[in-house]
Design a protein around this ligand. Sequence first.
Ligand code: FES
Length: 109
Amino acid sequence: MSRALCSLADLGATGAKEIVLTKDGARYPVFVIKDDAGVRAFENICPHVRLPLNAAEDVFFDVTRTILVCVNHGAHFDPVTGVCLRGPCKGERLRAFPVTLDGDAVVMG
Ligand code: FES
């Protein structure tokens, strides 16, 4: 069974949307992104010191929308793989959640 997370329209302004997943009483901060490679979702916790990547709502991409940036200490992440390409956690990766498109809806699975 798929679970809708957000719509494509939610991603229009910044290319990303913050949401909170809940499972068995636990809350998981997640952000969904869309770019030319499609839609993906990552836990909004930086592998460096486990802080949220963003300071401004729904802002995760750099100005070119080709890199995800952690505002805390400047780590750069590949938006396809979630791997840190530059910064204090180079080589580590964001936790990814499987998502697909179902029409205009981004769904888990
Ligand atoms: S918490 Fe993300 S780079 Fe330090």
